[in-house]
Design a protein around this ligand. Sequence first.
Ligand code: CIZ
Ligand code: SF4
Length: 304
Amino acid sequence: MKMSIVEKILKLKKEKKAVILAHNYQRPEIQDIADYVGDSIELSRKAAEEKDAKIIVFSAVDFMAESAAILNPDKKVLLPTLGARCPMAQMLTVYEIKKWKAAYPLAPVVLYVNTLAEAKAYCDICCTSANAVEVVESLDSETVLFGPDSNLAEYVRRKTGKNIIPIPEKGFCPTHLLFQPEDAQILKRKNPDAVLMVHPECTAEMQEIADFIGSTSQMCRYARESNEKRFIVATEEGLIYRLRKENPEKEFIPAYEEAVCPNMKVNTLEKIYTALKEEENVVRVPEQIAKRAREALKRMFELK
Ligand code: CIZ
Ligand code: SF4
C-alpha cells in the first residue's frame, strides 16, 4: 500500500532521530505533524532540550532556523525551503547598524530576534516581542538603538518612556502592516463581546485600539487563561489554526482574513520530506558570527 506523505515523514523522522519544529505561522498540516509548535525562541529552546535528536527540521523562515543553529551547534538544523526569507530581517544590514552605532556611540543596541545572525553579532542583547520591554528596561541607558521593527520600537518607547531610536528608521513586517484599524473597528462593533488581540508588529494605530497586545506565545497564553470566549486576532493567520485547536470551546475571528506571510507559507509537507530525506538545506552560521550572536541571545535568556 502506498504511504501518505505524513506517514513517510513520520517514518523518516523516527529512523533519523529527527525532531520537527513548526512556527505558529506554519500551514495547519505542518503544525499537525510537528513535535512542537511555538514562537521562534520557544522552538530554539525545545531543540536544545531534545538531547537525543541529531536533526532538527525547523519549519519557519531563515532567521529562526539560524537562531536554532546558533543555540544548537551540535545538531544539524534543516530549513525545509532555503528561500524562506523574512523581509523584515533583511531590512537591517551590518552597514546600517555600524552607521547608527557611530552616531550614538554610548547607546546599547537591542535587536529583535527577527534579524540575520550577522546583525545579531553586532548587538548588545536580543529580544523577542514577548520580552522587548523587560530587555530595554534592564539596560542602564535612557537612549537605546532598537531594530529592525519600528512598530515594536514604538511599543517599547511607549511602555518604557525611554528614547528608543529605531534602526533602520522604518523597518516593518509587510504582513502585519495589512491590518487596518478601520477593519478592526467594524469587527469590534459587530462583536462587542470579543477581545481584540494585536501583535506589536502592527501599526501604532492598531495597537491603540487593542484590548491586548502581545507576541504569538503571549496571545496563546492569554486566550487559554482568560475567561473571555471570543477573540479578534491581529497577527498572521497561521496562529488562528493553533488557537482554535487548543481552545475548541472559544471563538477566534481573524482581524483580516488575508494576513498571510508568504515567506512562512513556502514550506510544505513535501519540502519537509525532501529536506529530511536528503538532509539538505543545512543552516550554517560561521562560528565567529555564531559566537557573538549566541552571546547576545544568552544575555536575553539570562534576564528570565
Ligand atoms: O519570534 C517569533 O516567533 C515571532 C517573530 C513572532 C511572535 O510573535 O512570536
Ligand atoms: Fe517576517 Fe512578518 Fe513573515 Fe514574521 S510574519 S516572518 S516578521 S514577514
